[in-house]
Design a binder for this molecule. Structure first.
Ligand SMILES: C[S@@+](CC[C@H](N)C(=O)[O-])C[C@H]1O[C@@H](n2cnc3c(N)ncnc32)[C@H](O)[C@@H]1O
Length: 492
């Protein structure tokens, strides 16, 4: 069991011991509508809703519980949901209550949660969970498939094509054994053995756990108690086997003040880990990178710079998802540059294994951002995650770093059309640095996000028409930088 938070927000998983079990029959041939819930980076809920509308064609509702969205799908669209770039975790909703009236006493509330387990409309959500296992299994098994038709496509569309084809094949397949053997190109005897293993596993009782996420200060119970009592009732109702670590099915009990949502998880691991194999101390979630990229709206042939790339999470996500632009990833730290190169190579290899011959539109360089080896006005978009001065750099150093890097960014960025999307938690220092830029940058929009529990800002800046190096503040600032540098030289 685990629990976190400040007393008003916590998460707990619970399972209780099994007796016997029964599985739920699912008829994956039926198409019906269900509600999908998705956790997304806090602050980027509207961006995620926009992506859902764009890619699945439905309106998403943003939950008042920050960091979640909900949208309806028909079950034949399930594979598309896994291809969304802004979602971390996915679940199918069993039931939701906007204004759940919790009883006054803890005992009564927990008793009611126990009684709820047997009253919930589980059938459709369980069918989706079963179908989801097939979709994920099929995607995982198809190695090197669809290579020719996917060559020109991005990774997401390759996966979409493969998954869609698989879901269509599903209806016509005589048996799962034949289907898998075909997709993988493995000998039939091996496929039969694999199927036998899976069949024997499926004959065993289903293993489950309940995870309770609770936020709100008016509850008389803890997430522990809710997960334990609700989990006990779920186990009794389905006769499933409880297992905290090796579970087949995870039931979610999400409680936010008086909103209660019961769901079944469709992802085992957050989708934000998709691109990175070589992690660094401050690797940014790919889902957050996607949100930042969408904010600056990359266009075809744009030159996009991440001058403090760390592990390359931002430019990698860009090169995969907005692949008609070209990305330059740089950092002054050789370990960071190596990690980026390794991450790029890893993705290239994954693509090559799938039969793709197209490379990623990205280059990696070691440089000092305050002195970029690039022409003035040669970059369309700068997108970066600046040192917060906590785990990376220091607050003190930021007072020099921020103004000098904002100036250098203004030099290389195209006047009038250029943009910058910058993430930082050092808001005071950032605001001061911007005010000293002599009008080279104009702040357009700020998205407040949560990065590893820290409240940070994603600032969308527009490069104004001001000519670099000619405004009074600019001249003053440039002289100040020269003074600082010569002072540093004298000291060393
Ligand atoms: C917050 S981290 C970036 C993390 C990155 N977004 C990722 O996902 O891994 C900031 C990076 O800025 C780099 N950095 C700091 N000062 C720099 C400078 N003057 N020039 C270039 N890079 C710098 C650090 O080495 C560090 O990798």
């Amino acid at each position: 069991m685990s629990s976190h938070g400040d007393g008003t927000a916590e998460q707990t998983s619970s399972s209780v011991d099994p007796s016997t079990s029964s599985d739920t029959e699912a008829d994956s041939g039926d198409i019906f509508t269900v509600t999908i819930g998705a956790t997304v980076p806090t602050g980027f809920e509207p961006t995620a809703a926009e992506e859902v509308q764009e890619k699945i064609g439905v309106d998403a509702r943003i939950s008042k519980d920050r960091g979640r969205i909900y949208f309806p799908i028909t079950t034949d669209k399930l594979f598309q949901v896994h291809l969304l770039r802004s979602v971390d975790n996915l679940f199918v909703v069993v039931e939701e209550y906007d204004h759940y009236q919790f009883k006054d006493s803890k005992e009564d509330t927990l008793l009611e949660l126990q009684q709820l387990a047997s009253k919930l409309p589980w059938t459709n959500a369980l069918q989706v969970w079963k179908l989801n296992r097939t979709v994920k299994k099929k995607k995982g098994h198809r190695k090197g498939g669809n290579a020719t038709k996917d060559k020109a496509c991005g990774e997401a569309s390759e996966a979409a094509a493969a998954a869609e084809a698989e879901q269509q094949e599903e209806a016509q397949e005589p048996s799962p054994a034949e289907g898998d053997a075909k997709a993988e190109g493995v000998p039939e005897s091996q496929a039969r053995q694999k199927d036998a293993e899976e069949a024997s596993h499926e004959a065993k009782p289903l293993r489950f756990r309940v995870t309770c996420n609770r936020a709100g200060d008016k509850h008389s119970f803890s997430s522990n108690e809710a997960a334990r009592d609700f989990g006990g009732a779920v186990q009794e109702f389905f006769q499933w086997k409880a297992d905290m670590t090796k579970f087949d099915i995870e039931v979610l009990l999400n409680i936010h003040n008086e909103e209660v949502v019961i769901g079944i998880a469709l992802t085992e691991e957050s989708l934000h880990r998709r691109n990175i194999s070589h992690f660094g101390p401050t690797t940014l979630r790919s889902t957050l990178c996607y949100g930042m990229l969408r904010l600056c709206k990359p266009e075809d042939s744009d030159i996009i710079l991440d001058p403090m790339c760390g592990t390359g999470a931002i430019p990698l996500e860009g090169a995969i998802e907005f692949s008609n632009s070209f990305y330059i990833a740089g950092d002054n730290n050789d370990m960071a540059v190596n990690r980026t190169v390794n991450n790029v190579c890893h993705i290239q290899k994954r693509r090559a294994d799938k039969g793709s011959t197209s490379g990623l539109p990205i280059d990696t360089v070691q440089w000092d951002l305050c002195n970029l080896p690039m022409r003035t006005s040669s970059v369309d978009i700068i997108i970066t995650d600046m040192p917060f001065g906590k785990r990376m750099g220091s607050r003190k150093k930021n007072w020099d770093l921020y103004p000098s890097c904002l100036r250098e960014m203004a030099r290389v960025c195209r006047p009038c059309s250029g943009k910058a999307v910058l993430l930082t938690q050092d808001k005071k220092c950032f605001a001061k640095a911007i005010s000293r830029m002599g009008g080279l940058w104009r702040k357009q929009h700020t998205v407040w996000v949560n990065v590893g529990g820290l409240h940070a800002g994603v600032y969308l800046l527009k490069r104004t028409a001001a000519v670099f190096g000619q405004t009074p503040e600019d001249i003053y600032e440039s002289q100040r930088m020269v003074d600082i540098q010569s002072h540093d030289k004298e000291l060393s």
